[in-house]
Ligand binder design. Structure first.
Ligand code: SF4
Length: 209
C-alpha cells in the first residue's frame, strides 16, 4: 500500500481546519443556537481551552455524526431533487439583552418546502426525542420564522421523526442569553459532564450522574 495516501490524515485536516475557522470567525457578541442549548461554561471554555475544542472536533463520535449528516442530506437531495432540498443553511438574528446587542446564529441541516429538518445521530434510541434537541428546533423556528420543524433521529436501533411547531419566544431567548452570561446553570443537564471534553478542567463537573 502506498503510505503516502492517508485518508485519516485527510479527515484530520478537514476537521481541524474547519474547527479552527469556526473558532477564529466567531465574534465576541456572536452566540450560536447550540451555545444556548448546552452548558453555558462550554461557551467560554471553547475559547479559553482552544486545543481541547480542536481535539474534540476529531472525536470519532463527532465525525460519525458529521458523516451521517452529509449522507442523509445527499440522500434527500437524490430522492427529492437537489433544487428541492437546501442544506446547511445559515441564519442570524439580532437581539438586545441588558442594553447590549447580540447576534444569534444557527445552521439548519436542511430545508424542504416549509419544513426545517434537523438530523441527529444518537448512539442509542433511549429517551428520544431529547429535551435539548426539541429546544434547539424551537430556537431555529424563532431564528428563521419558519412554522414547522422535523427532528430526524438515525440511531442503530431506530429511525424516528418528531415534529416541532412551537417557536421559542423573544423572552425565552433573552433568558437563555442571560443564563449564558451568568454561566449558570452549569451544567444545564445532569448528563452533560459525562460527555464534555472540558470536564478535565472544570470545577463544576458533576461526578456520578
Ligand atoms: S464538565 Fe459539566 S459543568 Fe463543566 S463545562 Fe462540561 S458540562 Fe459544563
Amino acid at each position: 500500500m502506498d503510505m503516502e495516501f492517508d485518508i485519516i490524515a485527510l479527515i484530520y485536516s478537514w476537521r481541524i481546519e474547519e474547527a479552527k475557522k469556526k473558532l477564529e470567525e466567531k465574534l465576541e457578541n456572536e452566540i450560536y443556537v447550540t451555545d444556548l442549548v448546552y452548558c453555558p461554561l462550554k461557551y467560554y471554555f471553547q475559547k479559553k481551552f482552544r486545543e481541547i475544542t480542536l481535539a474534540e472536533s476529531f472525536n470519532p463520535v463527532t465525525i460519525y455524526g458529521e458523516v451521517v449528516h452529509v449522507g442523509i442530506e445527499e440522500v434527500l437531495k437524490e430522492i427529492l431533487g437537489s433544487n428541492n432540498v437546501k442544506t446547511e443553511v445559515e441564519y442570524e438574528k439580532n437581539i438586545e439583552v441588558e442594553g447590549k446587542s447580540y447576534i444569534v446564529k444557527g445552521r439548519v441541516d436542511a430545508i424542504i418546502g416549509d419544513y426545517l429538518i434537523e438530523i441527529k445521530s444518537s448512539r442509542s434510541d433511549a429517551n428520544i426525542p431529547h429535551k435539548h434537541h426539541i429546544q434547539q428546533l424551537r430556537l431555529y423556528l424563532w431564528l428563521t420564522g419558519f412554522k414547522k420543524a422535523l427532528l430526524l433521529y438515525i440511531t442503530p436501533n431506530r429511525i424516528s421523526q418528531y415534529f416541532v411547531t412551537e417557536p421559542a419566544s423573544d423572552g425565552e431567548v433573552s433568558d437563555l442569553i442571560r443564563s449564558l452570561l451568568a454561566q449558570s446553570p452549569a451544567p444545564r443537564y445532569s448528563w452533560e459532564c459525562t460527555y464534555c471534553p472540558f470536564s478535565i478542567v472544570c470545577s463544576n463537573k458533576r461526578v456520578g450522574t
